[in-house]
Design a protein around this ligand. Structure first.
Ligand code: ATP
Ligand code: MG
Length: 299
């Protein structure tokens, strides 16, 4: 029986979510002693340990209480949630934070040379996928009757093997589809990595550990996109400039010694500062524009 004075987080052992998940936890101040088999990593800086597993196992590990938190794609989580619902097993886990990495979409793709009048084109066909639940839900929503053919991998070669006419698979750049003479026609589900937790709250020391980790993660997540913008402007240009920064916190406005009409401003901006936005600000009267990354933030 494991003691409940340590928190255990499941992340993908090796794959697309491994490095970003470890990076996120490191930024939240977690460090680990690697074990020889690299399946279990003992938390050194805090009583928070890691279990390195296949991503598909993560929702189940949370549901059965072997792990307390996990990092997994919404695609895997939602597929397994629908499966549980169908089996009458009830809700056991839920996503508690979107993590902003591992973005992809579950899409229907068909051979390049097909015409595509719309989802009705799939009526009566076989569609190869590793996500039969998400696909079936989408087909129901479209009022289309097609048959999911479940494959655990290499879904994109199913049409060439004669196993299915179309596929429903994860896409990020589309390169795999292109290489297999397929074209993306409809998005079934948009996904990114999420932090997953059990549906019922922890009733012991893990609750405090989880709350602390979440506070830190929120800091890390909001810092990621945030930039500190410094600039100067004439006082009368300030209202116009602030309209160009709708996502900024109320700025600090400072007087400049010996220049009554001119002020220096400092604003924390919550989304990307593009070149376009900087050029617009310059035209609106900003000078000396400086955009700085934010290292840490604790609200
Ligand atoms: P495992 O051995 O852990 O089961 P896997 O082959 O299922 O690995 P990966 O290919 O590493 O997993 O993908 C993990 C997750 O990364 C996916 O479930 C999805 O959420 C996300 N992802 C982001 N972009 C893509 C993409 N282009 N193709 C597949 N998955 C993607
Ligand atoms: Mg997997």
């Amino acid at each position: 029986m494991r003691t409940h004075d340590r928190l255990r987080i499941a992340i993908q052992k090796s794959g697309r979510l491994s490095d970003p998940a470890r990076d996120l936890l490191a930024r939240a101040g977690l460090s680990f002693r690697e074990s020889r088999d690299r399946l279990f990593c003992y938390g050194e800086s805090l009583p928070i340990d890691l279990l390195l597993v296949r991503d598909d196992d993560i929702p189940g590990l949370i549901a059965e209480g072997t792990c307390d938190l996990g990092v997994v794609g919404q695609n895997v989580l939602e597929e397994q949630a629908l499966e549980r619902l169908e089996d009458g097993r009830g809700e056991a886990f839920r996503a508690i934070r979107e993590l902003g990495f591992g973005r992809c979409r579950l899409s229907v793709a068909v051979p390049n040379d097909w015409d595509w009048p719309g989802p009705a084109r799939l009526e009566g066909l076989r569609i190869a996928t590793s996500y039969p639940q998400l696909l079936a839900r989408w087909l129901r929503g479209q009022g289309v009757a097609a048959k999911p053919v479940v494959l655990s991998g290499s879904v994109e070669i199913a049409p060439r093997l004669g196993k299915a006419e179309a596929i429903c698979d994860l896409v990020s750049t589309g390169a795999t589809l292109l290489a297999n003479q397929l074209k993306e026609t409809a998005t079934v589900f948009e996904s990114q990595a999420v932090l997953v937790a059990p549906s019922t709250p922890f009733g012991d020391a893990r609750a405090d550990l989880a709350a602390m980790l979440l506070r830190r993660l929120d800091g890390v997540l909001s810092v990621r996109a945030s930039k500190l913008v410094l600039f100067q402007a004439r006082r009368d240009a300030v209202p116009g400039l602030l309209q160009l920064l709708p996502d900024a916190e109320p700025p600090t406005v400072m007087a400049i010694e010996g220049q009554d009409n001119q002020v220096a401003l400092q604003a924390l901006c919550r989304s990307a500062m593009t070149w376009q936005r900087l050029e617009d600000m310059k035209r609106a009267g900003a000078s000396g524009l400086l955009v700085l990354p934010v290292e840490q933030m604790l609200a």
